[in-house]
Design a protein around this ligand. Structure first.
Ligand code: ADP
Ligand code: ADP
Length: 226
C-alpha cells in the first residue's frame, strides 16, 4: 500500500526560483525512503511540501490515499525531526516530549505513559527532568525523536537530523533511527546530502539534482551498478 504519492509535483517560489521540477514518486507504507543530493537540489522543499509547510505549485500530493494539497500541516498526521532539534530550551525533557500531546487535549495519564514509554525506548528515562542545555547532542536528538514518537504519527519526516553531530555519534544514531523506525513500522522520509547515510539507512533512495529526479532505487541498485 502507498503511504505517499507525488504526481508531477513542482515548486516555484514567489521570487521565481523553481526548486522542484515536475516530480513523481511513491512511498510504500513502512518504507524508509531517503532523498539525497547536493545542497540546493530541492530536498527540503519536497519534504516541506509533504509536511504542508510549503504550498505545491503544480501537481498532486496524496497521503494515505487522500489528496492533501490544501490540507493544513496539523491535519496530516506527520511528525518532523530537524537538524537543529527545535527543542524548547526552558522546558524539561518530559515537557518537550509532552508538548504536542498537550496541544491535542490528550489526558494527563495517557501523556505520562506515552512520554515514559518513548523515553525508555530512547534511553532517556533518567533525563526527563533535565533541560536541553544539560544534555549531549545525541541526547537532544533523541528528545526530538521522542517528541515525534509520542504523537504516534503515520509519517516521520527527517530533515538532515544528524548533520550537527560528530562522525562517531552520527554512525551510532543512523543505526538507532533505523532500529526505532523498524520497531514502530512508521513510514519515513529522510533528507540528507550524505551518500553514506543514504546508502546505509535507506530501503529506497531518490537521488535529486537541480530539482529533478536522477535515479530511484535500492542502495545496491544505485551504488553498486556494474
Ligand atoms: P536542499 O534541501 O536540497 O538544499 P532546498 O529545497 O532548500 O534544497 O532549495 C532548493 C532551491 O530552492 C535552492 O535554489 C534554494 O535557494 C531555493 N529556495 C529554498 N527555499 C526558498 C525560499 N523560501 N524562497 C526562495 N527560494 C528558495
Ligand atoms: P537547507 O540547505 O538546509 O535546505 P538553507 O540554508 O538553504 O537550508 O535554507 C534555510 C531557510 O532559508 C529555509 O527555510 C529556506 O526556505 C530559506 N531559503 C533558502 N534559500 C532561499 C532563498 N533563495 N530565498 C529565500 N529563502 C531561502
Amino acid at each position: 500500500m502507498k503511504q505517499v504519492t507525488l504526481t508531477n509535483v513542482s515548486k516555484t517560489y514567489p521570487n521565481g526560483v523553481t526548486a522542484v521540477r515536475p516530480t513523481s514518486f511513491e512511498i510504500e507504507k513502512g518504507e524508509f525512503l531517503v532523498l539525497v543530493g547536493p545542497s540546493g537540489c530541492g530536498k527540503s522543499t519536497i519534504l516541506r511540501m509533504i509536511a504542508g509547510l510549503e504550498a505545491i505549485t503544480e501537481g498532486d500530493l496524496e497521503i494515505a490515499g487522500k489528496r492533501v494539497n490544501d490540507v493544513e500541516p496539523a491535519e496530516r498526521d506527520i511528525a518532523m525531526v530537524f537538524q537543529n532539534y527545535a527543542l524548547y530550551p526552558h522546558m524539561t525533557v518530559f515537557n518537550n516530549m509532552a508538548y504536542g500531546l498537550r496541544n491535542r487535549g490528550t489526558s494527563k495519564a495517557e501523556i505520562d505513559k506515552a512520554v515514559r514509554d518513548a523515553a525508555t525506548m530512547l534511553n532517556l528515562g533518567e533525563f526527563l527532568d533535565r533541560k536541553p542545555s544539560q544534555l549531549s547532542g545525541g541526547q537532544r536528538q533523541r528528545v526530538a525523536m521522542g517528541r515525534a514518537i509520542v504523537r504516534n504519527p503515520a509519517l516521520f519526516l527527517f530533515d538532515e537530523p544528524l548533520s550537527n553531530l560528530d562522525a562517531k555519534l552520527r554512525g551510532q544514531m543512523r543505526i538507532e533511527i533505523r532500529a526505532l523506525q523498524r520497531r514502530l513500522g512508521v513510514t519515513s522520509v529522510y533528507v540528507t546530502h550524505d551518500q553514506v547515510e543514504a546508502m546505509t539507512m535507506a530501503d529506497r533512495i531518490v537521488v535529486l539534482n537541480a530539482g529533478r529526479i536522477e535515479q530511484i532505487g535500492t542502495p545496491s541498485e544505485i551504488y553498486h551498478q556494474p
